[in-house]
Design a protein around this ligand. Structure first.
Ligand code: R2B
Ligand code: URA
Length: 298
């Protein structure tokens, strides 16, 4: 099943492909006339992560694995850090869905342009977010492959539809990709599990933490919420996944995933107390899981 062309804003995007309009990927700091575009035609994967330095490290690692392939550095750094190397676009998305949604929208437009509106070529691209999360009943350092992204009320990501209601998006992640990532990492010794992921609009209040400057829930309500997530198959909590799956599904992409490490077990507490060494190890694992899969496809 190719991409859902009726959901792609082709009125606008095809004019850009035809050269009748110049698209400004404003937050990335380039336009559709930038010479960088020509050098990214071989785009095969988009790797997203919250932090800019992590993106820089990913790009360097990918480059060293590809004979020190050139790393193209996007000129604008104050919003997102963007690198392209050997078929893979690496980009930071900041924290939370408002920030990450800007990155995803501009990336989808850019990908469409880079692939000259060829839907089959576009659908070959693999998209992944690599991140951190709070585990639900899982110890720190467990890798969760998301099967579905939902919001704190276990409902799908939704936004005003401009017609007086809300548009509810589909937050499912393609199951075959989850299985393929697990298979690629078989024997790695890294604890990997699959399950639903809650994406929240706030790290403290919407994740029912009791240690925020502002606290709305009490301990009983927090326990009840976490137990409800647990019973409903939620394995981790973060802040972007429901939107990322929603937007990629809206266009009909078939290859995407979210791979998050857990930093703590939220059933046991709120604060992240891992030592820098533990944190480094936990975070490294998610990158390792993604790179192992990437090597099989890109
Ligand atoms: C995970 O970690 C960040 C908050 O610390 C946020 O971006 C997320 O999803
Ligand atoms: N990121 C989150 O959003 N929540 C956590 O508990 C840890 C990382």
């Amino acid at each position: 099943m190719p991409l859902l062309s009726e959901n792609i804003n082709r009125d606008f995007l095809d004019e850009v492909v035809a050269g009748e309009l110049v698209d400004s990927y404003y937050h990335l700091g380039i336009t559709s006339t930038d010479p960088l575009i020509e050098r990214m035609r071989d785009l095969r994967a988009v790797v997203m992560a919250g932090s800019g330095p992590r993106i820089d490290e990913f790009a360097r690692q990918w480059s060293s694995e590809h004979g020190d392939a050139e790393i193209l550095v996007f000129p604008k750094e104050e919003r997102f850090t963007t690198r392209y190397c050997a078929g893979v676009l690496f980009i930071s998305h900041g924290m939370g869905m408002p920030s990450a949604s800007i990155a995803v929208q501009e990336l989808m437009r850019l990908a469409y342009f880079v692939k000259r509106g060829d839907l089959d070529a576009l659908d070959e691209i693999f998209w992944v977010r690599v991140g951190t999360s709070g585990g639900v009943g899982l110890p720190g350092g467990t890798i969760v492959l998301s099967t579905e992204g939902v919001m704190a009320d276990l409902q799908p990501y939704r936004l005003l539809d401009g017609r007086g209601g809300y548009h509810q998006f589909d937050g499912t992640f393609p199951r075959d990709i989850v299985e393929a990532i697990i298979a690629a990492n078989d024997g790695s010794g890294i604890p990997i599990t699959a399950g639903r992921t809650v994406a929240t609009n706030e790290f403290f209040i919407e994740q029912f933490r009791l240690d925020g400057a502002i606290r709305l829930a009490d301990a009983a309500r927090k326990t009840e919420w976490l137990a409800w997530l647990d019973e409903n198959g939620v394995r981790n909590i973060e802040m972007e996944g429901a939107m990322i799956a929603a937007y990629l599904n809206y266009w009909g992409f078939s290859r995407f995933a979210m791979v998050c490490t857990t930093l703590l077990n939220r059933l046991e507490g709120d604060q992240v107390h891992s030592t820098p060494e533990e944190m480094h190890d936990f975070v490294e694992r998610s990158g390792q899981v993604v790179f192992t899969y990437l090597r099989t496809i890109a």
